[in-house]
Ligand binder design. Structure first.
Ligand code: FMN
Length: 272
């Protein structure tokens, strides 16, 4: 199944589940899907489906869940970006099946998850997500979290995106063929909704950057904002593909002068 713009628009974090187990046939569909996810960075991402009761898994912010999906990688170049890209493909596939999900990196019983994943010395498990069905009403805690994180809001388009270099903010009215891919990128989930993605567009290339927040790169999770960048690239690419654009993700730093605490991540390049 193709992931779509519609699915990107439908995705929302869900922390209140209705306790109903996901049927085995749906779990099998997920299993098949996560077994064949690829990423442009060629980093293997190892997914597992975990029963919450069997492994004693939980999160202080989640209620009513039975099943989790977790994934891990070996520490290699680009692993965090590849993880974000691949795990978001799983999240969107689950969304397209009518399942509820939420990225969880901080508010989990990390030890229990890492044990269940048989995490080795040189491996990192940045995040997990429950899969289930959304309860009719969000918990009070979930509502408070969404308000606190401003989860329904995103930073202004022209504060995230630039044309030619970092000096010129890009208006939606000037974005042309990049408009919808950038709008879909802007709907990405990100850790504490920090939205560390910054983008410089040219006629044929779109360059993705990470604007780093202090304290977000840690031993246990890796640089979680690089995971956010992988998610953003995934959204951008899905939208571009649906619009009929033909391009590839490459890494070739254009060498622009960049703001402080900002790092070049990757480029989407249109084919000739
Ligand atoms: C990498 C990553 C880690 C996250 N970690 C957590 C977490 O530990 N706990 C949590 O409740 N939400 C977590 N979130 C969810 C974000 O808070 C959420 O995506 C953001 O507030 C935007 O809301 P939305 O997903 O409903 O659009 C995480 C999201 C991402 C992408």
């Amino acid at each position: 199944m193709k992931l779509s713009i519609e699915t990107i628009k439908n995705r929302v974090s869900v922390r209140t589940y209705d306790k109903i187990k996901v049927p085995d046939s749906v779990v099998d569909d997920i299993k098949k899907y996560i077994g064949q996810i690829e990423n442009p960075f060629q980093v293997p991402i190892d997914f597992r489906i975990l029963d919450a009761k069997e492994h004693n898994l939980g999160s202080s912010v989640i209620i009513g869940e039975n099943t989790y999906v977790a994934a891990k990688y070996r520490k290699v170049l680009n692993a965090e970006i590849a993880f974000g890209y691949s795990f978001e493909r799983f999240i969107l596939f689950a969304t397209s099946l009518g399942l509820a999900t939420v990225w969880l990196a901080g508010t989990i019983d990390r030890k229990a998850f890492e044990n269940a994943m048989q995490l080795k010395e040189d491996e990192v498990m940045p995040a997990v997500s429950p899969i289930g069905y959304a309860a009719k009403k969000r918990s009070v805690r979930e509502n408070l979290m969404r308000k606190g994180l401003k989860s329904d809001d995103r930073v202004l388009f022209e504060k995230l995106f630039f044309k030619g270099d970092f000096q010129n903010p890009l208006k939606e009215s000037e974005a042309n063929h990049w408009l919808i891919p950038l709008q879909m990128l802007r709907l990405s989930p990100s850790a504490t909704n920090k939205q560390p993605w910054r983008v410089v567009v040219e006629e044929k290339r779109v360059h993705f950057y990470e604007e780093k927040t202090k304290g977000y790169a840690q031993e246990k999770t890796g640089d979680i904002q690089k995971v956010d960048l992988g998610i953003a690239i995934c959204h951008f690419e899905i939208a571009a593909e649906e619009l009929g654009l033909k391009g590839n993700i490459i890494q070739k730093d254009p060498g622009f002068t960049i703001p402080k605490n900002t790092e070049y991540i990757a480029t989407y390049e249109l084919e000739d």
